[in-house]
Design a protein around this ligand. Sequence first.
Ligand code: C2E
Ligand code: MG
Ligand code: MG
Ligand code: MG
Length: 287
Amino acid sequence: YADSAMYLAKRSGRSKFRFYSRDLTIGAEKRLALESDLRLAVKRGQLELHYQPKVLLDNGKVIGSEALLRWHHPKMGMIPPGEFIGVAEETGLIIDLGRWVLHEACRTAAIMNADGLPPHKIAINLSPKQFQCPHLSQTVADVLQETGCCAEWIEVEITESLLLHNCEGVSTTLSQLHASGISIAIDDFGTGYSSLSYLANFPIDTLKIDRSFINRSDKRSRELVKAILSIARCLGQNVVAEGVETVDQEKFLVESGCAVAQGFYYSKPVPKSELLVANARPEASKR
Ligand code: C2E
Ligand code: MG
Ligand code: MG
Ligand code: MG
């Protein structure tokens, strides 16, 4: 957690010199504080989901979005997920937090898919820790029921590391989620412990090509993207290109036959209110 210690030291106005001179003890104390603050964050309504649109490259229409967690810390301001998801995972808080995320995202999906509106699938990031809980698929089913959300309106994003140990529990849970109508996406595809056998052994609907492949323009990276697109096409899987930032990147993706993209070029993650407004005026979401 050296990174988060550094970050917190910066935020609390300490100079780097002082940070280095007092080693990681400060980091450990701050981290402990972060942990107890995070425990209260759900109860105190400090968590919020932002939504980043996924765009059909064919016509620029928004077909869904990814729910991304934000924490408004009362003293430290907005803390990005990269700085607290790890703490939540280590402390087990991710279970309550993850349930809150599911509930909130499904509530939004139900609103976005109300009668007469075009379909909008909301993707929810799941931590491998959430799969250690044997009731995950039941929890998801409960949340769908509570929120009046259809399984078809959500997708779960999992990491390659989850599939690494080929654990029976994970396989069962994924099959249950999939059988209930929920889509399954592999996040950051190609950067973790990629194994082609995952694609044969698990019910995977979507590959999200990691940003690191998209933002490089060298020949080999581009060939890799094309190879991933080709695998997905053969297996009948969807592909989402992550982290698209430029028109050149988009142009390459269109030429390569990629159907869906997500990235700052189209939109940053936006608060729910903005997502709902864009949805109420479908023409506003077309480029
Ligand atoms: P991710 O699931 O791969 O999400 C994509 C991240 O890339 C988001 O960062 C998003 O804001 C950022 N991004 C999107 N487009 C662009 C772009 O064009 N350029 C660049 N440079 N970045 C882009 P964010 O919101 O900070 O989330 C970071 C990670 O935290 C996520 O990576 C995900 O692994 C995790 N995370 C976020 N929300 C949740 C959650 O509710 N539960 C769990 N378990 N993890 C979450
Ligand atoms: Mg994701
Ligand atoms: Mg990703
Ligand atoms: Mg990522």
